[in-house]
Design a protein around this ligand. Structure first.
Ligand code: TXE
Length: 491
């Protein structure tokens, strides 16, 4: 089809097609129509990208740059993203179905990751050790790992790319970014800004294609030193196993089944809004979705009535309109997966209080759905749906809230709604989750570490500590002794 927008990949500073010329297409989930085509990257393309990244890491302008200079480039990149935010947001809405109302704000915020890590680049200091060996001087250096492969999912491509690229580049690595085959457009458009910001060729490469093809080829490539992955648990497991076979560094941000816990002493109107933002924002397609709503028995019925009343008012439709509140499901497999979970929940005896089926607001829409009468052992309470599907689970007291809240394999996030300080602190300590929000939900920042407990992942993104995920520490020993002592004895 000639009216498809045609994109290319960025490898070693050049815009290229796939080595065998194959392409694939991307769909607008609001209309169901294919609108863009991308190179279907091959194992050869993966190799080309790794070679380019390796070359840029080993020698040339990037390898010789000071950390301060790297920081300048990152800040410049942040400025360019800010200037392009509206265009990038429109592309994301078209390719992904996310709301323009959310994307406009998100893309104005994304530059902060590049500013923050740009500032951090030259503040990573080694230490001089008061070493216990006479006539020796010892210090540490924090060095980059080398070539980083960043694999991102379809739900928030540019935000999640920033979480990975900003610290990886600040640390001095070179990068290959592989966005999801469902939503590659914004990442490729973003790639155009690297040259403009002044990054030398090969420092950032952006390749497109299927996960099981170029994605797998990258993770298997011996020239990749670190994989940073966000996506589903099954793929994450495969990526981790592949990385393990070559002892690569791997960090993973996977799924969740987060409890959003409402106590009877909460500010009820705020808690209702918090429950809604936890599950219906972004059409529930977020890893931090508060998909299990735990409500204290004493307020259960009143709370559910209020929740359903507000959820009913959600405006579905064209994600390009500023007043749309729930957009389409991004991918066809995801649409089918959500619908199948609606059947699972009904089959398990959960009661449909709202929604429960397809919605007629565009091509791939699911009604905001609230199930009551869910117990935590049901599949709908244990498995990640990744859609606008809420399971309401009643609980008696604090102890039961903690027990049920923690009783899943995941541990990405949790919400707590209470006006009691004692409860707020106790719950924050006892919930086994990487992020706990009290009287708020779905807040993230470049300053705040983010990541999973249990099977929600490995490693942390954002915040100062995350830069160390892209570095390794070297111990340097120097002797100023006049004579080298007995060589047969350890120093
Ligand atoms: O993700 P995949 P999918 C969850 C959510 C969803 C499920 C499946 O529950 O329903 O995962 O989504 C690349 N080697 N999340 O299938 O496959 C792929 O090309 C290397 C949670 O879309 O994990 C894409 O770039 N890479 C999540 C990326 O992995 C491979 C966000 C993620 O795709 C690969 C998205 C392979 N063998 C889905 N196979 C979150 N944590 O936010 C695929 N990929």
């Amino acid at each position: 089809m000639s009216d498809l927008q045609k994109y290319q990949m960025l490898i070693g500073g050049e815009w290229v097609d796939a080595s065998d010329g194959q392409t694939f297409e991307s769909m607008n989930p609001y209309t169901g129509e294919n609108w863009a085509s991308f190179p279907r990257g091959t194992a050869d393309d993966a190799d080309r990208a790794v070679q380019a990244a390796r070359k840029a890491f080993n020698s040339g302008d990037w390898a010789n740059m000071t950390a301060t200079q790297r920081g300048h480039l990152l800040r410049k990149l942040g400025d360019l993203i800010a200037a392009k935010a509206e265009d990038l947001a429109a592309t994301e809405v078209r390719d992904n179905g996310k709301l323009i109302a959310e994307m406009g704000l998100q893309l104005k915020y994304v530059p902060q990751w590049y500013y923050y890590f740009g500032g951090l680049a030259d503040k990573i200091e080694g230490a001089v050790t008061p070493i216990d060996k006479p006539d020796h001087f010892h210090y540490t250096r924090h060095e980059p790992l080398g070539v980083v492969c960043a694999i991102t999912p379809w739900n928030s491509p540019l935000l999640l790319a920033g979480w990975k690229l900003a610290p990886a580049l600040a640390a001095g690595n070179t990068v290959i970014l592989k966005p999801s085959e469902f939503t590659s457009a914004s990442s490729v458009e973003f790639a155009r800004l690297f040259e403009e910001a002044g990054f030398p060729p090969g420092v950032v490469n952006v390749v497109t294609g299927y996960g099981h093809e170029i994605g797998a080829a990258l993770t298997e490539h011996p020239g990749v030193d670190k994989i940073t992955f966000t996506g589903g648990s099954e793929t994450g497991r495969r990526v981790y196993q592949t990385g393990a076979s070559q002892f690569k560094r791997v960090s993973l941000e996977l799924g969740g089944k987060s409890p959003n816990i409402v106590f009877d002493d909460c500010d009820m109107d705020n808690a209702v809004k918090g429950a809604i933002s936890g599950i219906f924002a972004a059409t529930g397609q977020t890893c931090i979705a508060g998909s299990r709503l735990l409500v204290q028995e004493s307020i259960h019925d009143e709370f559910v009535d209020k929740l359903v009343a507000l959820a009913k008012t959600a405006k579905m439709g064209d994600p390009m309109l500023m007043d749309t509140q729930v957009g389409p499901v991004t991918t066809v497999p995801q649409y089918e997966k959500i619908l199948s979970y609606l059947d699972v929940a009904k089959g398990e005896g959960a009661e449909v209080r709202l929604g429960g089926g397809k919605a007629d607001a565009g091509k791939y829409f699911v009604q905001p759905t609230v199930f009551t009468g869910v117990n935590n052992k049901m599949r709908i309470a244990q498995e990640e749906v990744f859609g606008p599907v809420l399971s309401v689970i009643p609980f008696k007291d604090d102890e039961e809230a903690i027990e049920v809240g923690n009783d899943v394999i995941y541990g990405l996030a949790a919400g707590v709604w209470t006006q009691s300080m004692r409860r707020a602190f106790t719950m924050s300590a006892k919930l086994r989750a990487g992020s706990v929000w009290v009287n708020t939900y779905r807040a993230v920042s470049y300053m705040a570490p983010f990541g999973g407990y249990k099977q929600s992942g490995l490693g942390r993104e954002s915040g100062q500590e995350s830069i160390k995920e892209f570095m390794q520490t070297k111990s340097v020993w120097m002797s100023y002794a006049e004579d080298t002592p007995n060589p047969f004895i350890m120093r």
